[in-house]
Write a protein that binds this ligand. Structure first.
Ligand SMILES: Cc1cc2nc3c(=O)[nH]c(=O)nc-3n(C[C@H](O)[C@H](O)[C@H](O)COP(=O)(O)O)c2cc1C
Length: 217
C-alpha cells in the first residue's frame, strides 16, 4: 500500500507491506545522517518498480507552493534508458580528477523531476521539497541517491523525447549505495569542498551549528 492510499487502493503493494513488517525501521536522525549524496552504487542491484513508485508517492504527498502540484516524473530502471540519462549528467564538481561512477557502480535507477509548464512555472522550492522527500524515503528503504542539477538538458530532452511542455529541473540518481561517506566539521578557513582520501572515503565538511544559528531568543 502506498502512503496516503485508502486500504483498498488497487496498487496495494505486498512488497512494501512485507518490507515495513520485517525491516528495522530507522529513526529520523539516522535517516538524515544516512541520506548522503551517493555517487557510487551496486549497479546490478535493481530498485524495484514499487519502490520507485512509492518514492514518487512521497513527492506527491509533500508540500507545494499554493498546492499547485506542478511536478511530473519520469522513472527509469531500464539499463538502456539509464545509459542515456547517465550520459547527460555531470558528477561531483569538486572532484576534478573523477568523471563520475564507472560501469558497474552507476545508478540502477533514476527519477527525473519535470516541471509541467501547462500547470505552472516550476518553483525550485517545490523541486527541493519533492526531491528530499524521495531521497529520505529511499534511505528509509535501504537505498540511496544523489540529486543532480548539473544536466545537459538539451541532450537529455532529445534522448528521452521529453516534450517541450516540461522543464527538467532535477534528476535523482538511485540505487544501493556502494560508497563510504563521512560527515566532518568545516575547518576554521570554512572549506566546504567535499574530497576523497586515499582509501576512497568521501568526506563532506559541514558548517557548525554555532555558525548557522545567528540568534536564539
Ligand atoms: C539542488 C542540488 C543539485 C545538486 N547537483 C549535483 C550535481 O549536479 N552533481 C553532483 O554530483 N552532485 C550534486 N548535488 C549534490 C551536492 O553536491 C551534495 O548535496 C553536497 O556535496 C553535500 O553532500 P551531502 O548531500 O552528502 O550532504 C546536488 C545537490 C543539490 C541539493
Amino acid at each position: 500500500m502506498l502512503a496516503g492510499d485508502p486500504p483498498d487502493h488497487p496498487i496495494n503493494s505486498l512488497y512494501l507491506f512485507l518490507f515495513t513488517l520485517y525491516s528495522n525501521a530507522m529513526d529520523f536522525a539516522e535517516i538524515i545522517l544516512k541520506n548522503r549524496s551517493y555517487r557510487k552504487f551496486m549497479e546490478k542491484q535493481p530498485v524495484p518498480e514499487k519502490v520507485l513508485e512509492e518514492l514518487v508517492n512521497y513527492a506527491r504527498l509533500s508540500a507545494s507552493s499554493g498546492n499547485i502540484q506542478g511536478l511530473k516524473f519520469y522513472i527509469s530502471k531500464d539499463p538502456e534508458q539509464n545509459r542515456l540519462i547517465f550520459s547527460a549528467l555531470r558528477w561531483a564538481y569538486y572532484l576534478k580528477d573523477w568523471n563520475g561512477p564507472e560501469e558497474g557502480e552507476r545508478p540502477a535507477a533514476y527519477i527525473i523531476l519535470l516541471g509541467d509548464t501547462e500547470i505552472h512555472k516550476t518553483i525550485e522550492v517545490d523541486v527541493g521539497i519533492a526531491a528530499q522527500s524521495m531521497l529520505l524515503g529511499a534511505v528509509s528503504m535501504g537505498y540511496g541517491g544523489c540529486m543532480i542539477g548539473s544536466i545537459d538538458r538539451v541532450s537529455l530532452r532529445k534522448k528521452l523525447e521529453i516534450p517541450p511542455r516540461f522543464d527538467i529541473p532535477l534528476v535523482i540518481a538511485l540505487g544501493k549505495p556502494n560508497e563510504s561517506i563521512r560527515i566532518e566539521d568545516t575547518k576554521e578557513e570554512g572549506e566546504i569542498e567535499y574530497w576523497r582520501d586515499e582509501f576512497r572515503v568521501h568526506h563532506v565538511p559541514k558548517r557548525s551549528l554555532q555558525e548557522l544559528i545567528i540568534k536564539s531568543f
